[in-house]
Ligand binder design. Structure first.
Ligand code: ZN
Length: 510
């Protein structure tokens, strides 16, 4: 098999901030992680898929006060919306970590004390610009027209006693790690971006706050709250049992793959590995940085009123349809543009006209010619182009998924679907029947049933519902078989009952 095989696979999404319900952006990362988790489970790997919610910080404290509820009550109600949304999207996470969970807070305090005892966390006075919405300390040189470079809003000048993390100490270690692991951060442009910034030099960073209370208190100094990013990043450890369940933690941590958006690259690719080095732990195995979605060419924002909510799209178009669209429309790593028009085009063309129609033709052929029952497998069944493509396809898809190239994997699968449609057009089974070439018609049908079964398994992580519906109609459910058997060629049998089920993908008016 090509590509690396993970016997253990640990995949994470960022934890989502509970100041808003999930939108298409958070759904995007989570669906991508779900596809990887489902794929590795199919292959028989030991998988752990972690997502979570980020619930501390000044913004939450302020918003809760405005709403007249406690921060925890506010968090609870938003977390409920996340849980419901993930269910609607078919997300199969193994655990959802909440930063207000006591085991997580304990892990944060543990990590903090560990770094403090080592001398990598120290107390000092901070003077400088600070952005409240971003909860970020900034260098004066970073400001854009006096405003925050991250959000563009005005900053305040802050002077306070804080705890600092010796990030500067880890510059060389980080550079070595980047140089030895060229695939540590993907895509390569993001790797270069971080590497160049690390080369410019690193300042120690403040990792505590005193302006608010809603957070994890610094051990033995309750006036200070641990910085939300220190708190949040630790979820990747606490979510798999750190520090108490060392067996579970060690099994998964060495295989950690983080998926994240480009806005939080620096925290994940520089600060986080430095924290881990300080704690005597290894950095995650790999991280992949994806792009953002605009909506009909515009930035998505509450104030523009153009935020796309996944549940509404699922309600109107279906879950598999949305999952397919997000991963097919734009290469993972680049920015994408969402519009219902583009979604409908994908549904009508790729899903209904190409995949749905192919299944229909195959089931229809079996019913028209053989009363729905596959004839005996003829001795000579190979349509060589089809067989060649079908046997190479699983390995190609595997290699693409190893590189997070979801859209390429899907596009390869669709090339094969189109090939099967063309094969029917060119072979013209209706004419073969008139000419009495019965063997060849039977052979064609067996090849198509085999091909569709392989396609259904490769699509299973992306569109679980449609994929199992396909196999039901093909009488090829294979629930007990292992992955290699499921994707093997030449397993169609005489007597298999092909039956029409519900329509796979309904078309929408454009
Ligand atoms: Zn800001």
């Amino acid at each position: 098999m090509g590509g690396r095989e993970f016997a253990v696979f640990y995949v994470t999404t960022p934890i989502y901030y509970v100041n808003a319900r999930p939108h298409i952006g958070s759904a995007y990362t989570t669906i991508a992680a779900d596809v990887l988790a489902r794929y590795h489970r199919l292959k028989g790997d030991d998988v752990f898929f972690l997502t979570g919610t980020d619930e501390h910080g000044q913004k939450i404290e302020q918003e809760a006060r405005l709403k007249g509820v406690s921060p925890k009550e506010l968090a609870d109600s938003v977390v409920e919306q996340f849980v419901r949304c993930w269910k609607t999207l078919g997300i199969t996470y193994d655990h959802l970590v909440r930063t207000t969970d006591s085991y997580h807070e304990e892990a944060v305090r543990h990590l903090f004390s560990l770094l403090q005892n080592k001398g990598d966390i120290y107390r000092a006075t901070y003077r400088g610009p600070y952005c409240i919405p971003c909860e970020s300390y900034l260098r004066p040189s970073e400001l854009k027209d006096g405003n925050c470079p991250l959000c563009g809003r005005p900053v305040i000048l802050l002077e306070q006693e804080n705890y600092f993390f010796r990030l500067s100490k880890y510059q060389r270690v980080l550079l070595t790690h980047f140089e030895n692991n060229p695939d540590f951060v993907l895509p390569r442009s993001r790797y270069n971006e971080v590497l160049n910034r690390i080369r410019e030099g690193l300042d120690d960073i403040s990792i505590s706050r005193t302006a608010f209370k809603w957070g994890v208190a610094v051990p033995n100094d309750p006036e200070q709250v641990i910085w939300v990013w220190f708190d949040a990043l630790t979820n990747y450890l606490s979510g798999i049992g750190y520090p108490k369940d060392s067996e579970r933690f060690e099994r998964y941590w060495s295989c950690a793959v983080h998926l994240l958006g480009k806005d939080i690259l620096w925290f994940h690719a520089c600060i986080w590995p430095a924290m881990l080095f300080a704690a005597g732990l290894t950095p995650p195995k790999q991280m992949f940085v994806h792009g953002w979605w605009t909506v009909e060419g515009e930035k998505m924002s509450k104030s523009r009123g153009n935020v796309v909510y996944p549940e509404e799209i699922v309600e109107k178009f279906g879950c598999d349809q949305l999952r397919y669209f997000l991963l097919r429309e734009t290469p993972f790593g680049q920015d994408g543009d969402f519009s219902e028009e583009a979604l409908v085009r994908r549904i009508n063309n790729d899903l209904a006209d190409e995949l749905g129609n192919l299944l229909n033709r195959v089931v229809g052929m079996a019913q028209r010619y053989y009363g729905g029952k596959l004839p005996e497998r003829p001795a000579e069944v190979a349509f060589s182009e089809l067989v060649g493509k079908a046997t190479a396809l699983p390995e190609r898809v595997d290699a693409h998924l190893e590189r997070f190239a979801f859209s390429v994997a899907l596009s390869d699968i669709w090339d094969f679907i189109r090939l099967m449609n063309r094969l029917i057009d060119h072979t013209k089974p209706w004419e073969l029947r008139k000419k009495g070439e019965e063997e060849r018609v039977a052979a064609l049908l067996h090849n198509l049933v085999d091909g569709l079964r392989v396609v259904s398994w490769l699509l299973e992580p992306f569109m679980p519902d449609a994929a199992s519906q396909m196999r039901r109609q093909l009488d090829a459910e294979d629930e007990e078989a292992d992955w290699q058997t499921r994707i093997a060629w030449g397993r169609s049998k005489g007597g298999q009952r092909l039956e029409r089920g519900r329509i796979l993908f309904r078309k929408h008016s454009e």
